[in-house]
Ligand binder design. Structure first.
Ligand code: AMP
Length: 303
């Protein structure tokens, strides 16, 4: 409760604009060709680390054929958990845009536009950018997508505050929120090992995480995620992936974004997914949880 009221004080202090919210509303509606409510009350056999207290209607959407689904999904999870990796794989699989607000912020930083120096200071200290700026960047991205005929979205890094979740929920019906979870010991190492291709934006990881079993807790192994040869000489490290800043981002996640998990949990939209290890083990289990295994088989058969 104390955390929630801290959140709302922080957000009220921010200049959350009606104008930005209205623009966001228009754009999101324009991108939502289907009604996302479902009358199905069937249950889904969720296993593989899934702990679902999900509304039957939301589970019903997971049982539909992917082509009939209204994919307006959100990825939640601590910095370093792998939201970008899994959101981008799902985006490729389903042909739905992956929109990462962190990428929008970094693009703005790189553009040397009017916001650039203000954003640099905030991001490099691991702090959150104001709701106003984030909604404006997201609106512009959605507008560009609309012009290209995009439909649906997989959001990564948004919403990050309860206020952002309220704005989003006020303008569209998010179908599903996938909450990725990973053991805390692995998060810092994964952020420090993250490398980005400066040319294609691909996300790789040089960390080899090998947590030994201890006191009844199982071990965990996560192999590095090496870049393909064409990216190997172009790798960069994010300026906010230093130990001090990652620890600050983890603290901010606990204070500002953990309440967002509760927000969606109480609305029956949160699908908890405990990552069992690296991509090789986790990806098939995530596909199973999302009832998308056939989709991947179809895609690999067509390749
Ligand atoms: P990420 O790539 O998601 O880790 O985001 C990098 C940085 O961008 C964050 O540490 C924030 O400074 C900023 N950022 C990204 N998304 C948001 C958001 N939804 N709200 C506020 N700040 C954000």
């Amino acid at each position: 409760m104390a955390v929630l009221s801290r959140c709302s004080r922080a957000v009220t202090a921010a200049t959350t604009p009606n104008a930005a919210a209205a623009k966001f509303s228009y754009l999101i509606r324009a991108l939502s060709p289907f009604s996302s409510s479902s009358s199905s009350s069937s249950t889904f056999d969720a296993d593989n680390g899934l702990n679902s207290r999900i509304k039957p209607a939301v589970l019903g959407t997971l049982k539909r054929e992917p082509k009939d689904r209204n994919v307006q999904w959100v990825f939640l999870g601590c910095p370093g958990v792998g939201k970008g990796t899994y959101a981008s794989r799902l985006s490729d699989l389903l042909g739905i845009p992956h929109i990462a607000t962190g990428d929008l912020v970094r693009d703005e930083l790189a553009s040397s536009g009017p916001l650039s120096s203000q954003l640099k200071e905030i991001v490099n200290q691991g702090k959150l950018v104001s709701d106003e700026i984030i909604i404006d960047l997201l609106s512009k991205r959605l507008e560009a997508g609309e012009a290209k005929g995009e439909s649906g979205f997989i959001l990564d890094g948004f919403p990050r505050t309860v206020r952002q979740a309220e704005i989003l929920e006020g303008v569209t019906d998010i179908d599903l929120v996938i909450n990725l979870k990973l053991r805390e010991e692995a998060l810092l190492a994964k952020c420090l090992g993250r490398r980005i291709c400066s040319e294609c934006g691909g996300n790789y990881n040089v960390a080899c995480i090998d947590i030994k079993a201890e006191n009844g807790k199982p071990g965990m192994y996560m192999a590095p995620l090496p870049p393909p040869p064409q990216c190997a000489s172009k790798l960069i490290t994010r300026a906010d992936d230093t130990e001090e800043v990652v620890k600050q981002r983890l603290r901010i996640y606990q204070a500002m974004t953990l309440p967002v998990e509760d927000y969606y949990r109480s609305r029956g939209k949160l699908l908890e997914f405990d990552l069992p290890g690296g991509v090789r083990e986790s990806w098939p289990k995530l596909l199973h949880a999302l009832n998308l295994e056939d989709e991947e088989h179809k895609q690999s058969a067509a390749a």
